[in-house]
Write a protein that binds this ligand. Structure first.
Ligand code: SF4
Ligand code: SF4
Length: 495
């Protein structure tokens, strides 16, 4: 298959060797699990359990609300300790609604969970419904409910399901290990998703620095002409959906468009594995593989982690810190989010916990831009980061938007190559957040105006009705009275 070159991109030091040799290991249960009701893009789940309630592994803890939402399930058996606030798995450190569960140590699944028999005998709608009920979201970090993406066939003319096994972020190896160790199950999940999408063309794309994963997936797909396993050039951000599709098709996704605009749906190998588990075993999404790595971690590992496990528990299992980290990150070092503490729980979209040393982070003070244009050459989206940053710094966000701010995929390539150490991507994340807040405020204003106009119209209608009723009464009062015939008693003669 011919591959196309993407513009820009960088080659950060991969440092995958720290964890790549470590097979996936089941993490023992912690003393308490903190399961947030929102682990996905969309509306949070609504809680269904109460303090003191006993639950089995796989029981529904919170149901999805609305079209873009996902349910959450019990990651083990035990007792509900409460539904309250707990620090979110997010840089803000704000608290979110969370269910706390005390494991009973038995780790007992519900007895009634069962697979579907032959998933390929099911209608696409049935597969989508089961994927939705299992609470599966995009596990590459996007956390968009997977069932919504499987429904894209209704609105787009699709031709290919692409599995994004690029895993281009340094340090991360969880997808690599999943494909090496569970190639058959990942492929089964891919085929089930393709059936749901009505597609018979599947491409599994993996960066060439993962030869074992390439080999394992190729062996699993051997003899299946409709499945192609492709080795990708190693170049960050190859794992960005847009750039992956561009590499495979040679066509750019339209600005603010979707890969589906080009007939392609992209899913992650871990999402495919979760779909396999849901359809073949009836199991909802209650755990995921997480890479724990970085120079500050004593023994980097790939762990299968029950959702809701505090980050500290993973670090303890990896032997604790070799030295005090200067940065604790969820995800990779390029696009990951700093974590405010090790208390936060593991969630569906978390593929890595990195504890980086001072030598690995090399924080330097920013200096004035020297207009070297390194950032322009590195940008895979063809943007001009130095100009966008200048507009953002000056508070001219509309100017930054006019230069393509909303097309920025926040890959951090520009910051990575900037010799002046200007935190370009942080500027863009801030500006996008600010624009989103302005958009929400505008929407709210418009809604308030609409409600006020409706109220005025309602009051006017009532007053008009009153005026008309009063006029009708007046007309009635002024109208001549009808003559009532007078009947006199009959005279004796008539009688
Ligand atoms: S890379 Fe940094 S110094 Fe060079 S032009 Fe871009 S912002 Fe300026
Ligand atoms: S962060 Fe945005 S502007 Fe910077 S290189 Fe990536 S896409 Fe381009």
């Amino acid at each position: 298959m011919r591959l196309f070159r993407i513009r820009g991109g960088v080659h950060p030091e991969a440092r995958k060797q720290l964890a790549a040799g470590q097979p996936i290991e089941d993490l023992p249960l912690p003393a308490l699990l903190h399961v947030p009701l929102q682990q996905h893009i969309g509306t949070p789940a609504a809680p269904l359990v109460h303090r003191g309630q006993r639950v089995l592994k796989g029981d529904l803890l919170g149901h999805a609300q609305g079209a873009i939402s996902a349910p959450v399930h019990a990651p083990t058996s035990g007792r509900i300790m409460g539904v309250g606030s707990y620090p979110a798995h997010h840089a803000s450190g704000l608290s979110v609604r969370t269910i706390t569960l005390q494991p009973d140590g038995e780790d007992r699944w519900r007895d009634d969970l069962a697979g579907t028999g032959d998933p390929f005998a099911l209608e696409p709608e049935d597969i989508t419904a089961r994927v939705a009920a299992a609470g599966i979201v995009g596990m590459g970090g996007a956390t968009f409910p997977a069932a919504v993406k499987l429904n894209l066939r209704q609105r787009y003319r699709l031709h290919t399901l692409v599995i994004n096994g690029a895993e281009c972020e340094p340090y991360l190896t969880c997808d690599d290990r999943l494909m090496r160790e569970h190639a058959d199950q990942v492929l089964d999940g891919i085929r089930i998703m393709a059936h749901a999408l009505g597609l018979n063309r599947m491409v599994i794309a993996i960066e060439n620095n993962k030869p074992e994963a390439l080999n394992a997936m190729s062996q699993a797909a051997a003899g299946q002409a409709e499945v192609r396993v492709i080795g990708l050039p190693v170049r960050y951000p190859m794992g960005s959906e847009k750039h992956l599709v561009q590499t495979l098709l040679g066509r750019e996704i339209p600005a603010r468009g979707l890969t589906a605009d080009l007939g392609v749906v992209v899913h992650n190998p871990a999402t495919a594995f979760a779909v396999h588990q849901a359809l073949r075993l009836g199991r909802p999404l209650v755990s995921r593989v997480v890479t724990v790595s970085g120079g500050a971690i004593r023994t980097p590992r790939n762990l299968r982690v029950p959702l809701g496990t505090p980050v500290q528990h993973l670090i303890d299992h990896c032997g604790g810190f070799e030295e005090e980290p200067t940065r604790l990150i969820s995800g990779g070092p390029m696009m990951g989010q700093p974590l405010p503490s090790t208390r936060v729980p593991i969630v569906k979209g978390c593929n890595g916990i990195l504890a980086l040393t001072a030598a690995e982070t090399r924080t330097r003070l920013p200096m004035p831009c020297i207009r070297c244009a390194n950032c322009v050459s590195a940008c895979p989206c063809g943007l001009v980061p130095l100009e966008m940053a200048a507009h953002t710094r000056a508070g001219d966000l509309e100017g930054a938007v006019a230069l393509g701010l909303m097309d920025c995929v926040a890959c951090g390539s520009c910051s990575y190559v900037c010799p002046a150490h200007i935190p370009l991507v942080q500027y863009f994340n801030f500006a996008k957040g600010e624009m989103a807040a302005r958009g929400r405020a505008k929407q709210k204003q418009a809604e308030t105006r609409r409600l006020a106009e409706q109220r005025t119209a309602r009051i006017e209608a009532i007053q008009q009705a009153k005026r008309e009723a009063m006029a009708a009464r007046k007309r009635e009062a002024a109208a001549p009275k009808p003559q009532t015939p007078v009947t006199s008693p009959a005279s004796p003669a008539e009688a």
